[in-house]
Design a protein around this ligand. Sequence first.
Ligand code: CA
Ligand code: CA
Length: 193
Amino acid sequence: MGNSKSGALSKEILEDLKMNTKYTEDELCKWYESFQKQCPDGRITRAEFEKIYANFFPNSDPKVYARHVFRSFDTNDDGTLDFREYIIALHLTSSGKTDLKLEWAFSLFDVDRNGEISKNEVLEIISAIFKMIPPEEQKSLPEDENTPQKRADKLWTYFKKGETDKIAEQEFISGVMKNDAIMKLIQYEPRKK
Ligand SMILES: [Ca+2]
Ligand SMILES: [Ca+2]
């Protein structure tokens, strides 16, 4: 980094991102330029991240969810997102590849990062997702999906788990991939108006 204030993208990070994402060098340099403009200090804080989310979900409360998403992106756990973490996040959540997205979803649900998902963790994340659903839309949900508890139970039953059982990563990914209804439970996409 040294003293260069404009801070060109380091070769190391560039090579790393080219290898680990679908983006080209050109794209990465453009992303970097706009990232620098928006975040002159090169980092996104949790509060800034939550604000970005709030703009996308004006009719609901995405704050808790944003906090979990932030945690899953902040891989070095320093409380901010740097350019590398930001791009990896973008890649994981916007790439068309379902297994990549589900790999990320697993890390979102694995709140304590111990490599498995407990029922409490499922309930915690599903509650956060539920808060993003606008109240009007919540009213029209199917009877067995209209509270966070019911949704967590549904997922847990689908995986045939007892209360204290856990779900491992591969099991989670292949299970969710096979069932559209379960896939919908673990994410929320706003209705297009
Ligand atoms: Ca970080
Ligand atoms: Ca866990």
